[in-house]
Design a binder for this molecule. Sequence first.
Ligand code: C5P
Length: 254
Amino acid sequence: MSDDSRPSRPEPRTALRTAAVIPAAGRGVRLGPGAPKALRTLNGTPMLIHAVRALAASRAVSLVVVVAPPDGAPEVKSLLDAHALPDRTDFLVVPGGESRQESVRLGLDALPPDYDIVLVHDAARPLVPVDTVDAVVQAVRDGAPAVVPALPLADTVKEVEPAAAPGDPEPVLATPERARLRAVQTPQGFDRTVLVRAHETVTGAVTDDAGMVEQLGERVVVVPGHEEAFKVTRPLDLVLAEAVLARRRLNDGF
Ligand code: C5P
């Protein structure tokens, strides 16, 4: 049998190239009036730059695609140019859309062909540790089509009938067993073909990409998240994020 007739060996999974898509096109209205959320600063540096650095800190990630506000791509490009970023990582900026889902799809459309693993990471989670990023990539390399970092819940959660008017009492419908619940973070990691198929076929409101992959019937797994991967949503989160940065600076001179 000649070499040519042998079935080709699968590539070692570690050879798969990983890109990160960072949707950063949201207005962040819950944070109060001001610049788009991703452009607000933490200790003088825009949240988006913290998020880009957090993903580029992983040696697995060789491309970061930033999805800018629809009219803000030139501004985001200059922002990336003005801040120190690792040389071994490539960066692209594309304009985003009306919903997070549309912004992620526009980011996926911009990916060059030679990337097999895609991470999707909220710009609003600027402080995710590199170990969390690496754990997600590793789980995809190990064969999971979709991987989500998540944490157990501190609070008990109730399912309610939402009130007709804000502030009205809301009837409780159920109390899911807390030990089986997880609060989901990003970066979420995917086999690229699975994520693209999800974005092509799943419609309707979704709040995360893994939820779309679940609707395809594909296996989604959870790996441990990190408390510093919290989403900056409300004004108090800005205070917490700056406190985390101050602690890091004290601990390791970062
Ligand atoms: O609104 P939410 O906090 O869920 O947004 C999560 C992430 O999605 C944020 O980083 C935000 O900038 C991004 N987003 C987006 N395009 C939108 C809405 C949100 O890229 N139209």
